[in-house]
Each structure stands twice: as structure tokens, then as C-alpha cells.
Design a protein around this ligand. Sequence first.
Ligand SMILES: [Mg+2]
Length: 386
Amino acid sequence: MPSAIPSRRFSNNGAGVAVDGMSSFAFAFDIDGVLLRSSTLIPGASEALKYLHDNNIPFILLTNGGGKHESTRVVELSKKLGVPLTEENFVQSHTPFKQLVEGDESESLKDKTILVTGGDGNKCRNIAEMYGFKNVVTPGDILVSYPSIWPFNQSFSEHYINNARPLPRSVDYENPSTSLKIDAVFVFNSPRDWALDSQIILDLLLSKDGVLGTYSQKNGDSSLPNNGWLQDCQPKLFFSNPDLFWATNHHLPRIGQGGFQASLQGVWDATTGGATLDKTIIGKPHAATYKYAERVLNKHRTQLLGGEGEHKKVIRLNRVFMVGDNPESDIRGANEFKSSHGAEWSSILVKTGVYREGTKPAYEPTVIVDDVMEAVKWGLQEEGCM
Ligand SMILES: [Mg+2]
């Protein structure tokens, strides 16, 4: 059983406190292998988070998991960890997609038609709609309306018929101006039907203007940049969770969402002879996720202070401790992230998950400690708070 943090309360006059009276540092915790192992609580996890909560030290849970809306997972985790969590301190792999509904009409995808792939049934479609996307289409919707798009559709037909919705516009590639047009493609979670998803995403990447069933005449034109590939207003492609493998109850790691990304890249390379595939990848270790996490932490810190009052000077965090078990994602991402807001990220590797004691981590953390409780203590000591 890990030893507890001394009961002395976090001092308002002590080190690690900004001039607004609030902690100038924060923590970001991975979930699997840090707080939980196969849904079992890791000793000390609850106490460590409770200490931070009771002392108003900002923290977030930063996971590459997904497939459920944040509100659902927050309820589950609050109960399991015994610490109140809100959507304000919880970031999943696909959470930063929320930002794409913001902004003015020219940059927001809110009213555009997007294709969402992955996850069980309609769960990821529902998440996207809860984020604010208004027109969400799934590969199943397309297959049910347009069965010839994938010849081997019989095995899953019942599943698709049960979950499909009518398309906002029919697929009519002979009349592209009235046909279904997809503006962006999102891989939200691990696809359940790689073949159908691969086919439809590839179709869109080869299309003219994202109109299904069309084929860009620019493809392969060597007089154009990228040999003409992706030069005809094709939809933007977004991936979340780049983990190639993940731990399940099987004794060996299983192919993760990153495996689908690698597979699609392989099909793209073979189709185009190695043209560049423009894509946005979010999730640890990518910088976009750490940037989003820092934004969320600063916002959370402001909320803990009681909001951004007229006369309150809001101070930004100057240090974030990333606590993770996976050197390739948690640690690598924190080490490589260069914050534009000025927070310094330090990486703390724990021994309760993927990392095996005695091995050399692929990405060297700032420090290696036994578990999450030791990680929090180390951070507090670094900030002169213990
Ligand atoms: Mg982990």
C-alpha cells in the first residue's frame, strides 16, 4: 500500500503558488496503467486524486481511450475513483474534435457534412452530435442506401440496417451538384468493419470535391503537386488515438486504432505510388492533444478560482506534470511538446502499467517512480509543497 501524502494542507503562501493564490502547476494523468488496470483501481490512485481535489490543485485525466461521450465516462470514473470529476477535467482521444465546431462559418465544420467511423453502433455518431456537429453520416448509412459500394456487405447487413439513417442527400455521382458531398472524415474510434471503412474513406480521398462515386481527373497527373493526388478539394482526414496496440484481457497486445491508420496508409501508398496523405492526428503523443490539454487545464484552473472576474488577473500555469505508464505515448508526448503558453511539461513514468521495471524506456522520462501516489508526491516536492 503506498504511503499517503502528509495531511498538511496545500499552503496558499508556499512555493508553487501564483500571485492569484492558486497553484501554478498542474497534473495530467493517463488512466489505464496509472489509475486503473483492467478497470481495477491501482492502489493510491484515489487518495492521490483526492488530495489534489481537496487542495484545489488542477488536474485532468488525459487518455487515448474513447468511444463513449465524456459525460458518460466522467460518471463511471468519478464513482470508481471516489473523486468528483467533470467534463472540464477529462480529455479523451477524440475530445479535441470539439474545437472544430467552433469558429466562423469559413472554418467551422459544424454545419458541414462529416463522415464518422469507428465504435459500436451509433455511439460515435452520437458523440459527434453532442459535440455540435449537425450533419453526421456513417459508413453504414452509405452502405444501406448504396449497397454496391462494398460487395462483401452481407455479413454485417443486419447490424447496418439496425443502425443506419437516411442520407442527407442521395448518392448520385452522375449529378455531382446534387449528390452527397462529404467535407471531412473522422476516425473517432477503432473501426469494427475495416474493409467497408477503408473503401469509403479511400473513395472520398480519390473523389472530386468529396462527392461519393466521383473520381478526380487530377489523380496521378505528374504536372501537379503530389502527382495530382488530393488536389481536388477532397475532404480533410482526421484520426484520433494513434496507439498501434492496446492491452485487453487477451494475453498479448491487440491491434489498436493506430493499426487501422497504418492499414489505410498502406492502401493509400499502394494506390498512389506513395503520394503524401494529408491528415491530422490527435491523441497522445501528438502535440495537438497536449496543447488542448494545457488549454483545458488553464480553463479548469480559472474555474477553480471562481471564474475570470473583471478585476482578477488570470495567471497561466507554469508547470504541468504528465503521469503515464507508456513511454511511447505519455512520456514522448510530454517531452516533445513545446508549449506556446509557457508551461513546462515534465514527464513522470510509473511502473504500474505498460513499462516494465529494469528495461530502458524508449523515451526517457524526467523521473521514474513506483506509482501514481509517488508521482504526485514527486511533483509536490519539485514545487516545494512537501
Ligand atoms: Mg496507459
